[in-house]
Design a protein around this ligand. Sequence first.
Ligand SMILES: Cc1ncc(COP(=O)(O)O)c(C=O)c1O
Length: 400
Amino acid sequence: MPFLASRLDRIKPSPTLAVTQKARELKAAGRDVIGLRAGEPDFDTPDNIKAAAVEAIRRGETKYTDVDGTPALKQAIVAKFRRENGLSYTPDQVTVGSGGKQVIYNAMMATLDPGDEVIIPAPYWVSYPDMVLLADGRPVSVACRENSLFKLRPEALEAAITAKTKWLILNSPSNPTGAAYDRAEMKALTDVLMRHPQVRVLTDDMYEHLVYDGFRFVTPAEVEPGLYDRTLTMNGVSKAYCMTGWRIGYAAGPKDLIKAIAKVQSQSTSNPSSISQAAAVEALNGPQDFIAAHNAVYKERRDLVVEMLNAAPGLSCHRPEGAFYVYPSCAGAIGRKTPQGKTIASDDDFVTYLLEAEGVAAVQGSAFGLSPFFRVSYATSTELLREACARIQRACAALI
Ligand SMILES: Cc1ncc(COP(=O)(O)O)c(C=O)c1O
């Protein structure tokens, strides 16, 4: 009898591990490696949020809280949805977890039976398919090509829906592409969902605030009120509030689903950190002006990276609406040879080449379910980005 559960055979270890390991080795050997892999802001958590956490400790808010969030945080989340999304929820329609990741995981554990299908537009955030698999579900990946700006088309959604489809997971703005749906694009998708009453939508709005050029963010339940009872609207403080380490994510939706998610959480981690919850209250209720200041910097970096990558021979890079990622195609490098005579056969080979030749660490598109691309995170300093892109240009120019 094997000791490790067969469940583990269904999921893969982090697909980014190999390059991370290689980058670490090169660094240890004294190479100057620039990382373009960060999934978190390079800005620090704002001081008012840190102060709220210190205050919470001083007040003695260091005990267990309600399993799925304090009344104060739930109230702040209710107010956030009303203020920013025009969505009306009561506190018992809100759940708080240790990061957005836990909320999604719990939602899958609470709802999936063996064979239930979950539609996941690709390229996708790496964790969705494996979370579905851990919960005994079947991930159904739908390719969203570069020519549709990496967005799910209504006809592709329609074609992917079966009698077993339980969820569609939408993520806008997207990790890894930065693509975001405008109102018309979102309405076209919600129109399809309205024709299939068995399908729920989990919308991962984690990058809601990180949009540029006046883009107006929308979320499914706001665009189609008819989907209100079938939508789990998920969000968190990790990205916009620079709080990845604090581990607070949340969601709002139908009461029975919210209760089921809390039930899973009650037998695993219980409440998220009481101190982090107090900090999240300040994040949501406090001043929001730093978000625009950060976005001005992100936008400048996005434009710099898009321009410099498009100047690299063999690469083409779309200019996305949001998040802090771009997803350039390396199709023009596939089939070429490195100066050392190695053929670039895949995006895995391409990112390995960038790392070995120029000390630039990016993530291969195969990790996100759509090749041949790679993900560049621009959540790093403008000077480093400029240097990294110059190195990528040089590496591409050296291909034979
Ligand atoms: C699309 C997306 N959803 C969810 C998460 C998880 O966020 P958290 O750190 O709050 O668990 C991430 C983090 O990288 C993400 O990119």
